[in-house]
Design a protein around this ligand. Sequence first.
Ligand SMILES: Cc1cc2nc3c(=O)[nH]c(=O)nc-3n(C[C@H](O)[C@H](O)[C@H](O)COP(=O)(O)O)c2cc1C
Length: 186
Amino acid sequence: MTRIVIAYHSGYGHTRKLAEAVGEGAAGVPGASAQLLAVEEIDAQGWLALEAADAIVFGAPTYMGGPSAQFKTFADASANAWFSGLWRDKIAGGFTCSLSMSGDKFSTLTYLATLAMQHGMVWVGTGTMPAQRPGAPDEINRLGGWYGVMAQADNVPPEISPPRGDIDSALAYGRRIAGFARRLRG
Ligand SMILES: Cc1cc2nc3c(=O)[nH]c(=O)nc-3n(C[C@H](O)[C@H](O)[C@H](O)COP(=O)(O)O)c2cc1C
């Protein structure tokens, strides 16, 4: 079984919707399993799950132009795994959600990729074609993100926003990550 762990923080539930979709997409690939890990609650079991993973997908909301402080606390704590090379050669990816269409989401994604590179992981982008109608709420990759999944949520409950297109983007990304993990890690 190829193991995909989605290590995410979500303050108000919007990024969690993406985490769930990435997990659903990944778990739908034959031979793959997915586990969601809320990084602000991580314990010894959680660190072991990350160590055993074939792929880790990082998710954080964009707060003040970067990943949330809770995610950064987790990233800093991952220095222990870094010292021993525990995440080396694992597949990696990332996603973020913010209020504005841009909102400096790219800054968050580049940070997540940098974290993966520091750990010696292999980053996988979305590989998605641009939306036919950019910005349309039901379109996959409506915001044109290739580094990782970009989502936008209005200031409403997560059941309403981010819209279908962003959820579908996260589903497709989960499938892509699991596919790579299957091929490269077995
Ligand atoms: C402290 C804070 C900082 C934020 N900074 C940004 C920002 O830089 N860009 C943006 O577009 N939205 C920003 N937002 C809005 C959030 O990114 C947005 O509400 C997102 O959907 C929250 O995701 P979550 O529910 O997973 O926490 C900020 C929200 C908070 C609470």
